[in-house]
Design a protein around this ligand. Sequence first.
Ligand SMILES: *[C@@H]1O[C@H](CO)[C@@H](O)[C@H](O)[C@H]1NC(C)=O
Ligand SMILES: *[C@@H]1O[C@H](CO)[C@@H](O)[C@H](O)[C@H]1NC(C)=O
Ligand SMILES: *[C@@H]1O[C@H](CO)[C@@H](O)[C@H](O)[C@H]1NC(C)=O
Ligand SMILES: *[C@@H]1O[C@H](CO)[C@@H](O)[C@H](O)[C@H]1NC(C)=O
Ligand SMILES: *[C@@H]1O[C@H](CO)[C@@H](O)[C@H](O)[C@H]1NC(C)=O
Length: 209
Amino acid sequence: MAWQLLAGVLLLQLAASAAGQQQCLSATFQNGQTFLKCNPLPVLGASLHWTHHAENGTADVAFRAPQQSSGWVAWGINTRGTTMPGSSVFIASQDGSGSVSVLMTVLENTSPSLTNGSLSFDVLSPPTADYTNGVYTIFATIALPNNSTTQNTVWQAGPGSTGNVGQHATSGPNVQSMLRLDFSSGQSTGTASNSRLHRRNVSSSPPPC
Ligand SMILES: *[C@@H]1O[C@H](CO)[C@@H](O)[C@H](O)[C@H]1NC(C)=O
Ligand SMILES: *[C@@H]1O[C@H](CO)[C@@H](O)[C@H](O)[C@H]1NC(C)=O
Ligand SMILES: *[C@@H]1O[C@H](CO)[C@@H](O)[C@H](O)[C@H]1NC(C)=O
Ligand SMILES: *[C@@H]1O[C@H](CO)[C@@H](O)[C@H](O)[C@H]1NC(C)=O
Ligand SMILES: *[C@@H]1O[C@H](CO)[C@@H](O)[C@H](O)[C@H]1NC(C)=O
């Protein structure tokens, strides 16, 4: 009985990750862009799609996540650690008329100023974003920081609109949204930093991103 249950759970998990991967690979993008690699991200229903150019250390990235129209999503890289401060992020939001824009900012602390500016790595063309059927997609071409294929990636979602980006939840999935990702192989080791955070007690840790 227990065996059957375990096998059932494992099968379900396999099916879920296969479904996530399938969903990932069959994703299409409004501007017709395609990406060679993709990872379903473990929380917030998000996925990351990218093409890594090993010859010059750059990556074309598309971050996709569901959100209400009165909310924002963000993706970025933390060059300093695995929590929110130090993260360079792209934040997509919309104004009252449904026009989507992207803000680029380095989060100074857990109450960041959200000044639209430059990041701690090169962004090679102006980022764009769209919002379709309740899903945001942020497009960016970046030079991987320090020309390293492995990066601490962070993502987030919260309430608000352009010019009025509200605070995200500070528990649950919103503090598990980080992954150390190898842009070359696609391998990720998210559980390492997440489980460390869990052991330290999630509710007392600073939220990522
Ligand atoms: C990097 O390489 C890719 C693929 O060859 C190319 O499309 C892109 O323009 C290059 N980027 C830079 C900044 O040289
Ligand atoms: C990054 O590394 C690649 C591969 O080693 C190299 O070809 C490229 O010139 C480097 N880019 C920069 C900006 O240093
Ligand atoms: C941030 O600045 C860029 C470049 O000026 C602009 O295109 C973008 O719309 C701005 N983002 C927001 C949210 O205002
Ligand atoms: C950049 O990479 C070098 C070589 O791997 C490493 O020693 C250095 O600490 C890295 N710097 C940063 C800021 O990550
Ligand atoms: C985590 O911290 C909260 C609030 O400080 C506390 O109520 C909770 O018992 C702690 N959980 C663990 C597992 O230490």
